[in-house]
Design a binder for this molecule. Structure first.
Ligand SMILES: *Cc1c(COP(=O)(O)O)cnc(C)c1O
Length: 229
């Protein structure tokens, strides 16, 4: 068995164990394999082991892989910071975008999404760590951004994503994840039917699942250490 295949199985059993510990069903937690900086062949190996959803951060690198692997029928998620001038290739080639943090980017993705494709599934990236982390909309501004996105016909607002500041403090991590969950409930109460909480990575997926993650984004625990960020 390849290392990637063995790692994938290990991550899946971590998800199962964490879901059970939280009294949740394993089927309620999707796994996104984050393949940034790894080759199309690595993705192919992971896909051969049954993985279908892959996350990428860098547009050009992702486009090369998407085109090399198009016969595999994979589901591609864009999870990196979005530059306004890269919205078109993202809207044309991805199924999901997790990192919307401002209206201008949402508008541009909407305008570039072809009517021949289904609406682009999107999450708002929320900054749950205050000034300690730079990316994401502030929780107080999330309602306004959700309203703006909901008005865009080529986008489908599915949920919230966060990357809390790295900390060895498990209680603090859980507080950050809980904040995202509370925000999801608030937005649902306001009429936004959000079904996705994208939170948890290689080092903290257990805490995220305990706090309600429906999708964990796992890179290094599957593909190994990255040489660049
Ligand atoms: C790189 C990355 C991940 C995966 O991180 P690991 O620690 O390697 O699991 C998850 N989410 C985002 C947004 C990333 O950029």
């Amino acid at each position: 068995m390849s290392t990637i295949t063995a790692n994938l199985q290990a991550v899946k059993s971590r998800i199962t164990t964490a879901a059970q510990a939280a009294g949740r069903s394993t089927g309620d937690v999707a796994l996104l394999a984050v393949s940034k900086t790894f080759s199309a062949d690595c993705v192919r190996t992971c896909a051969a082991a049954g993985q279908r959803a892959f996350g990428e951060n860098y547009v050009q690198e992702a486009l090369d892989k998407i085109s090399a692997l198009q016969t595999l029928d994979l589901v591609w998620h864009f999870i990196g910071p979005i530059q306004s001038n890269k919205t078109r290739p993202i809207a044309e080639n991805f199924h999901w975008v997790h990192s919307i943090d401002r209206e201008r980017v949402a508008q541009r993705l909407n305008d570039a999404r072809s009517p021949s494709l289904p609406p682009l599934n999107v999450c708002m990236q929320v900054n749950v760590s205050g000034e300690a982390s730079k990316s994401g909309v502030a929780p107080e501004e999330a309602t306004a951004l959700a309203q703006a996105i909901a008005a865009l016909p080529r986008l489908k607002l599915r949920g919230l994503m966060t990357i809390p500041e790295p900390t060895p403090d498990s209680m603090l991590r859980r507080q950050r994840f809980a904040l995202l969950r509370e925000l999801q409930l608030k937005l649902i109460a306001l009429g936004h039917p959000l079904d996705t909480l994208s939170m948890g990575m290689s080092d903290d997926l257990e805490d995220a699942i305990a706090e309600g993650a429906t999708l964990v984004r796992v890179g290094s625990a599957i593909f190994g250490m990255r040489s660049k960020a």
